[in-house]
Write a protein of this length. Structure first.
Length: 219
């Protein structure tokens, strides 16, 4: 989907404030207890495993397409109008796997309705400490997820940008903020304004690369 603004040209960045990864979950009927076993299974049965997402270009879709590019597996995309619907069909056994936000998946994981194979963050998540990262699970360098930044109107004075940046740095370190973030599977972040700009540039290029490889064009 095209948006009516340029995130770099139309805003002044202040700071990163949070980031979150996803968890790769499979239905218990899938004969794979690890990412390596899932990759082996997918290679043995090309085009037979279906993955759901919250829709074309959604983060769950991008995460799965990155997985396909990194491993060379042939798995089939089934887009839904929201990741919750995809997870519901996964629990019902109508799909084989989904990349999903951690918190909505945790009740299903704990109840044994879904099996967690890996998280998409660079380090293990406090929400799912026993689940390996994708890199640990056999897909080196894999990272995917969402992140949040605070921006100001273009032309905001540098003094105000600096003050807001400092205050955000203080706020995200507060124990109650970190505790809440951890409960949501979210990592507190703080950065320079310059880092925000660079993150937007690099992540946009990466998303375009992945979606182009998947044959997804902007609508």
């Amino acid at each position: 989907m095209r948006v009516g603004f340029d995130p770099i040209a139309d805003f002044s960045p202040i700071s990163m404030v949070a980031s979150a990864g996803q968890v790769l979950v499979v239905h218990p009927s899938v004969p794979a207890s690890s990412v390596k076993e899932l990759i082996t299974l997918a290679h043995a049965q090309p085009g037979k495993l279906n993955f759901g997402s919250g829709g074309k270009g959604n983060q769950s879709h991008i995460s799965a397409e990155k997985f396909k590019l990194a491993t060379g597996v042939d798995i089939v995309h089934i887009p839904y109008k929201g990741t919750v619907q995809a997870v519901s069909d996964l629990v019902a056994g109508q799909l084989q796997l989904v990349f999903v936000d951690m918190v909505p998946a945790m009740p299903h994981i704990r109840a044994g309705r879904l099996r967690a194979l890996a998280v998409t963050t660079e380090t293990r998540s406090a929400a799912l400490p026993d689940v390996p990262t994708m890199s640990e699970a056999g897909v080196p360098g894999y990272r995917a997820g969402v992140w949040w930044v605070v921006m100001a109107p273009k032309g905001t004075p540098e003094a105000i940008i600096g003050r807001l940046n400092a205050e955000l740095g203080r706020i995200v370190k507060l124990p109650d903020v970190r505790e809440k973030y951890d409960s949501l599977g979210v990592t507190a972040e703080h950065s320079t304004p310059e880092f925000v700009t660079e993150r937007i540039r690099t992540e946009t290029v990466e998303a375009v690369r992945v979606l182009k490889a998947a044959g997804v064009e902007p609508e």
